[in-house]
Design a protein around this ligand. Structure first.
Ligand SMILES: [Fe+2]
Length: 217
């Protein structure tokens, strides 16, 4: 399925808007998209989730994945850009980025309710902070109750965040990031996806270090 040029342009505009708040660079968008595409391609190659993951899904996830934190546009600067650990109260505010993002995309579904990309975008926003053991937010879904798009987004988002310097942390090495992801296998992350990630971890490292390499169709 070819996606509408207008859809792609709208997604791109939303991503740039979100990105401007965190004062990061365009590399963040490229990396998230490329890492997500790589993860989806590995799922295809492994022959798992065949009922859901086809070429359209891979391309769709590649497009919408950078929207996962779009709701951060609504988080106050003193929390979003705080150079340190958030207090419990501040973390509660930060968690609302999921609902803010959902409200944004849901307002579009009132106009175009059955749009494939839009619904995929809603899944990555809504479920990217859910955890395999049920201790995530906003719903606290467990294991395969969490839609696959959320489970994929969780691992890609954390790997990208670990490798990157943020206002509250230094950049971690690829090896240290892999260790953290393996430690959280079966608690935070879908164990099957962690296994795929580790099998091809050098590919994730390469995509992170040269984000434009795998963005070509
Ligand atoms: Fe998030």
């Amino acid at each position: 399925m070819d996606f509408d040029v207008f859809q792609e342009a709208t997604i791109c505009a939303l991503m740039r808007l979100a990105e401007s708040r965190e004062r990061s660079t365009g590399a963040h968008i490229e990396r998230t998209s490329s890492l997500c595409k790589l993860m989806c391609e590995l799922i295809c190659e492994a022959g798992i989730h065949q009922e859901e993951v086809d070429r359209t899904y891979v391309d769709g996830m590649s497009l919408v994945s950078p929207l996962h934190d779009i709701g951060k546009v609504g988080i106050p600067d003193d929390i979003l850009l705080k150079p340190g650990k958030l207090s419990d109260e501040e973390f509660e505010v930060m968690k609302t980025h999921v609902d803010i993002g959902l409200t944004t995309l849901n307002s579009i579904t009132e106009i175009i309710p059955e749009d494939y990309l839009l619904n995929l975008g809603i899944d990555v926003i809504k479920y990217h902070h859910e955890k395999w053991d049920g201790r995530g937010y906003p719903v606290g879904l467990k294991a395969t109750e969490i839609p696959l798009a959320g489970r994929i987004m969780a691992i890609v988002d954390v790997y990208e965040a670990l490798r990157s310097e943020r206002c509250y942390k230094e950049a971690f090495s690829h090896d240290r990031s892999c260790d953290i992801i393996v430690e959280d296998k079966g608690t935070h992350f879908d164990p099957q996806l962690v296994d795929l990630f580790i099998t091809k971890h050098e590919d994730f490292e390469q995509v992170y270090d040269s984000p434009k390499v795998n963005t070509q169709q």
